[in-house]
Design a protein around this ligand. Structure first.
Ligand code: TYD
Length: 224
């Protein structure tokens, strides 16, 4: 697999030159963006070569897709919505994430394939097995080495989100939708415990960050 990257964690057939792929997932208001950026700064200060990125909108093309997603919001056909997220993802993985991993970087991505399973699958009710297959096509099978689920109860999360710039069109969906999203996340984490770590968001930003750093350093220093 010369020039490629590991697709199945924790195997790392490329050896020490290959990067490490971390994704952040969680319901609205879980603090993913703040925490994932803080982790990137922490690892950079420790000498790691880090790429922080996000979905949707990690590339120039993806930023336009992101605008379409937010502009059309709830009027989007559910499958149209899926294919927009997947178009963003395919471009993102192939033009940014894979090259960074091939250069040995630690890639930190705020939302990835599991967001599609949680929101469009468990949340909107589309077939999860079909979505998994589409994710596989869009990413060429690139699976994160580590996925951190920042867990927060739905009402606390939505309240937090409302306090920082208001509700977007996704937030405005019914509470029941967000409950399904959260339950979907918890289920996926339980089904694949080698990849997922559930992080409690109770306490201060610094306390949550300390939990995250502990988990990530153990994985970066330990067997992959
Ligand atoms: P964003 O403003 O980036 O919010 P957050 O800080 O919660 O990530 O909005 C991204 C929204 O897109 C969020 O509501 C989750 C949703 N989303 C999906 O529904 N499916 C996906 O595959 C992805 C990547 C995001």
């Amino acid at each position: 697999m010369a020039g490629g990257v590991s697709t199945k964690p924790p195997a790392n057939p490329e050896g020490p030159g290959t990067g490490f792929f971390i994704t952040f997932e969680g319901p609205e208001g879980s603090g993913k963006s703040v925490q994932s950026r803080a982790l990137a700064a922490f690892l950079e200060a420790r000498g790691y070569d880090v790429l922080w990125t996000r979905e949707p909108g990690g590339t120039e093309m993806g930023r336009q897709v992101r605008q379409v997603l937010f502009e059309y919001g709830d009027v989007l056909d559910p499958w149209a919505e899926v294919f927009l997220f997947l178009a963003d993802r395919a471009q993102h993985v192939n033009s940014l994430i894979r090259p960074a991993l091939a250069q040995g970087k630690v890639v930190i991505c705020d939302r990835y394939t599991d967001s599609t399973l949680a929101y469009q699958g468990y949340g909107r009710g589309l077939d999860v097995a079909q979505l998994r297959m589409l994710n596989h096509l869009a990413t060429g099978g690139l699976v994160p080495h580590l996925t951190l689920l920042l867990d927060v109860d739905v009402e606390t999360g939505l309240r937090r989100r409302a306090g920082t710039g208001g509700l977007n069109s996704f937030d405005a969906r019914a509470l029941a939708f967000h409950q399904r999203v959260r339950e979907g996340y918890l289920r996926m984490a339980a089904e694949e415990p080698d990849r997922w770590v559930v992080i409690s968001t109770a306490g201060s930003v610094d306390e949550v960050q300390a939990r995250i750093q502990e988990v990530v350093l153990a994985r970066l220093n330990g067997p992959r």
